[in-house]
Ligand binder design. Structure first.
Ligand code: ZN
Length: 136
């Protein structure tokens, strides 16, 4: 197992601080959305119901997205504490500081991530259009 020796202690602290701050922000924003939803539920006006439902759906998507980001941050913090942060999941090479600074939750180096995306795109292209629509 390789260590994250290429990340010095100061950089690790910086990243850890950034991830913790980001997590606090995301959690606060999820709490705000959830408490707004509670306020809206009091309103039982039928005319408002249709737009209310759409509003609800958007909020559900936002909460879902943010919860997923919190999970990504948790995973990154865990890798940080185990000394595996910044190591590519696929090739076990150091991801590189510029990439980590731009994408603190990156789990793969640029080359492996590109591979994954190309493979994902090919898989999608192989699915006939009709099937894709039915599945969605
Ligand atoms: Zn890689």
């Amino acid at each position: 197992m390789k260590s994250s020796a290429k990340l010095d202690r100061r950089t690790v602290k910086e990243i850890e601080q950034f991830l913790n701050d980001k997590r606090v922000q995301l959690r606060a924003s999820v709490r705000t959305i959830v408490s707004e939803r509670r306020t809206h539920e009091v309103d039982t006006n039928d005319d408002a119901q249709a737009s209310e439902n759409l509003h609800d759906e958007i909020q559900v998507v936002l909460v879902d997205q943010r919860s997923r980001q919190v999970a990504q941050i948790d995973a990154a913090l865990e890798r940080l504490s185990r000394g595996q942060y910044g190591i590519c999941l696929d090739c076990n090479e150091f991801i590189g500081l510029p990439r980590l600074r731009a994408l603190p939750f990156a789990q793969r180096c640029r080359a492996c991530q590109t591979d994954v995306e190309i493979r994902a795109r090919r898989t999608t292209e192989r699915v006939p259009v009709g099937v894709a629509i039915e599945a969605a």
